[in-house]
Design a protein around this ligand. Structure first.
Ligand SMILES: [Zn+2]
Length: 263
């Protein structure tokens, strides 16, 4: 059962730090007030969505790092230091360039390469390191739009699969302080819930080559567990890890992006 508590999902377009921190009287800020709260039978989380993320103040964006990592935000003001819970799912949407038309497959974009680089660099590496899933959405062609049978799976089918995956994770985590893969600290994850033998080899090579950070490696393993839960594996195998890597780095690894295609 999914319940939305609020219809207000977007942050304002030019937020500054007070959007995160709240007003000077230290009430919780926008992360608590201006996001969708969704409640399932086993979980209560908020969902925050930023549209055109590179247009936001870079200091405000980087201030998201702490709550994304720790699940709380610490605000230091002259009146004292307060800590607010800030557990939420964050969706960052971004155009590929200032005009929004840059793509590997067409040449409609007229932005100079330097401006594309500057635009994309507004999302800092440390912020992106905390983003688990990066999905590039290409322009839809007329043929794709009108193709018969192109509607994909129904919401009900996907919801059933998500419910089963959550139950699988909850059963595995019974007796621990955690309910979902995303809550398991990195150290615990590595020592107690490892992938199948050899499944993490490619991800570890990515760490050695500097493509992944240590935090990124943990996050790949967490997402791989979620993939395994979705497809019904007892522990992540090489394909589950490859999909997690593909989702994190945006580099195709020959794995279908739709989980339904794996089941
Ligand atoms: Zn452009």
């Amino acid at each position: 059962m999914l319940t939305l508590r609020s219809s207000c999902s977007n942050f304002s377009k030019s937020p500054d730090l007070k959007d995160l921190a709240g007003p000077p009287d230290q009430r919780p800020g926008r992360l608590r007030d201006a996001s969708i709260q969704f409640i399932t039978n086993t979980d209560t989380r908020r969902l925050g969505k930023l549209d055109e993320t590179p247009e936001f103040n870079s200091h405000a964006l980087d201030a998201l790092r702490q709550p994304l990592e720790a699940g709380h935000v610490v605000i230091a003001r002259s009146a004292g230091v307060v800590r607010f819970p800030a557990k939420f799912l964050m969706v960052l949407a971004a155009n590929p360039c200032p005009c929004g038309r840059f793509s590997q497959t067409n040449d409609l974009c007229e932005c100079p390469p330097s401006s594309i680089r500057r635009y994309q660099a507004r999302l800092s590496g440390p912020l992106l390191d905390r983003v688990d899933l990066r999905v590039e959405v290409d322009r839809v062609t007329r043929a794709q739009l009108t193709a018969r049978g192109a509607r994909g799976e129904s919401t009900a089918t996907v919801a059933d699969r998500v419910r089963a995956a959550r139950e699988r994770a909850a059963a595995r985590l019974a007796g621990t302080p955690w309910r979902t893969n995303s809550e398991i600290p990195g150290r615990e994850l590595r020592s107690r819930w490892y992938a199948a033998i050899g499944a993490m080899d490619e991800a570890e090579r990515n760490l050695e080559r500097g493509v992944l950070t240590a935090r990124g490696l943990d996050r790949v393993l967490r997402v791989a567990w979620t993939v395994a839960d979705l497809v019904g594996h007892d522990r992540p195998d090489a394909t589950d890890v490859a999909l997690a890597l593909q989702l994190r780095t945006g580099v195709p690894r020959g794995v279908p992006m739709a989980i339904g295609a794996l089941t």
